[in-house]
Design a protein around this ligand. Sequence first.
Ligand SMILES: Nc1ncnc2c1ncn2[C@@H]1O[C@H](COP(=O)(O)OP(=O)(O)OP(=O)(O)O)[C@@H](O)[C@H]1O
Ligand SMILES: C[C@H](N)[C@H](N)CCCCCC(=O)O
Ligand SMILES: [Mg+2]
Length: 222
Amino acid sequence: MIPAVIVVTGTDTDVGKTVATAAIAACLQHAGRSVAAYKPTQTGVTGADPGDMDVVARLTGVPTSEGTRLIAPMAPRAAAAREAVALPDLEAHLAEVRRLTSAYDHVLVEGAGGLLVELTDGAQTLADLAVAVPHCGIVLVARSGLGTLNHVALTREALQRRGIRSLGVIIGSWPTSPDEIEIDNRAYLQDAPLLGVLPTGMPQLPPDAFKRAAVSALPFFA
Ligand SMILES: Nc1ncnc2c1ncn2[C@@H]1O[C@H](COP(=O)(O)OP(=O)(O)OP(=O)(O)O)[C@@H](O)[C@H]1O
Ligand SMILES: C[C@H](N)[C@H](N)CCCCCC(=O)O
Ligand SMILES: [Mg+2]
């Protein structure tokens, strides 16, 4: 059963969470489900730049929203301190998730960086948000190369310790010609379970082709 709220985290920043969020949204749309996406804390963009949710909207057309947008390409608390602004608190993020959940079949929530990056001035993280959202599930986006097995194991341990339901792992960018390390990593991740791999080049596809590639890559959601 695919939960109403799907939280998308990663083993790190820049691993492909945004593209995976778009791919999951495209699959759910393909299955006839209504979808919205939410980014509690966007950093590293100015007012005019496209943020993660703009990428998701471009690739899928789903409605999106952001909790806050900060300029410095840093962790949220550091970026907010530079601008001397307060971050939205956890209840504000939960209120937005509830608002979206009341209007759409599924809400995708993309974190900033990895699972335990602090998103609020009270040092609460995406894990705290997931714990507070009943019956949500987390998707973990990981790299393909050397080092990813440990990063996946660390994040899964953090999820298990908090009793957060892990739906599985997505490899954010799967090369056309994977090397032997990447092939071994993929085999070791099968029991995670590995929900799928996103072929390198997906975000450069036009929306229709992106949706077809997403449905092929992530049958769990389609
Ligand atoms: N399958 C892919 N093929 C090619 N490029 C990709 C793929 N997936 C992600 N990328 C690129 O890698 C970069 C990082 O991806 P993305 O923005 O999804 O990471 P992220 O984990 O969401 O980062 P952040 O922590 O900043 O939110 C982007 O430039 C994105 O276009
Ligand atoms: C700027 C970057 N693209 C993300 N938006 C924020 C990543 C925060 C990572 C914090 C950390 O783990 O060091
Ligand atoms: Mg992102």
